[in-house]
Design a binder for this molecule. Structure first.
Ligand code: C5J
Length: 228
């Protein structure tokens, strides 16, 4: 099995049991005019993750790795939006209000969709999640049980919010998480760095940290000849 250099120690990748999980690479988080900017963030901080993630996604598809995408958002009638989340931030505009890319963080609106650079293709589940974690109130548990997935290669935004919440949820469900430093991003570079350190600390308390170059090398390495 391919071995990926990682922190706190190497990660043994089992491709048939692994999935690339791309968290919330949505226009509402990455592009101006969306939810991220509405909260006062500098969305340009997320852009450097796009190119490495694009290369990784191409390599994963080429290698036949199972790919999943998530999108944070809510039903148009807001029936899955807690009042506590709706009012958080005390902004002039909130989830469900009209913004430059349609109603903010609402399923079906332009801003809620995944950025064109990383758009899903047929066969790649898109998991709509109302929370920060990808397991809460979604079909993810059933999808990974059906595919017998035991490892996630985790990418997306933001590192300390939806990526971290999902990694913690997955960790408690026995999934090994390999988080890629150059394919994740935060509006706050210091949170990004610290969030990654938290994952690999204490012997990998939540998982492993590596980068796209290392995973692409592992996915494209020629298979070792079988022992005679
Ligand atoms: C946030 C996310 N930051 N995808 N969502 O609200 O991390």
């Amino acid at each position: 099995m391919p071995v990926v250099p990682a922190q706190p120690y190497e990660f043994t990748l089992d491709p048939p049991r692994a999935a690339l999980l791309i968290i919330d690479m949505q226009r509402d988080f990455v592009e101006p005019g969306g939810f991220g900017e509405m909260l006062g963030n500098d969305v340009s901080q997320l852009r450097p993750s796009i190119e490495p993630l694009k290369a990784l996604l191409a390599a994963a598809r080429q290698a036949g790795l199972f790919v999943m995408h998530t999108r944070e958002g809510h039903k148009p009638d807001l029936s899955d939006l807690h009042e506590a989340k709706k009012v958080r931030g005390r902004g002039a505009k909130t989830i469900g209000d009209e913004g430059p890319m349609g109603r903010i963080l609402i399923i079906g609106e332009a801003g809620h969709d995944i950025i064109p650079e990383l758009y899903p293709i047929a066969g790649e589940p898109v998991i709509d999640k109302p929370g920060k974690g990808a397991f809460y109130n979604t079909e993810l548990t059933d999808i990974i049980a059906d595919k017998d997935i035991k490892q996630f290669i985790v990418c997306g935004v933001t590192t300390e919010v939806c990526v971290h919440t999902t990694v913690r949820e997955a960790n408690d469900r026995g999934i090994e998480c390999l988080v890629l430093s150059d394919c994740t991003a935060s509006y706050f570079p210091e949170f990004h760095a610290t969030a990654l350190r938290m994952i690999a600390a204490q012997g990998g308390i939540f998982g492993w940290v590596s980068d796209s170059t290392s995973v692409i090398a592992a996915l494209t390495a020629p298979a070792e000849p079988a022992a005679s």
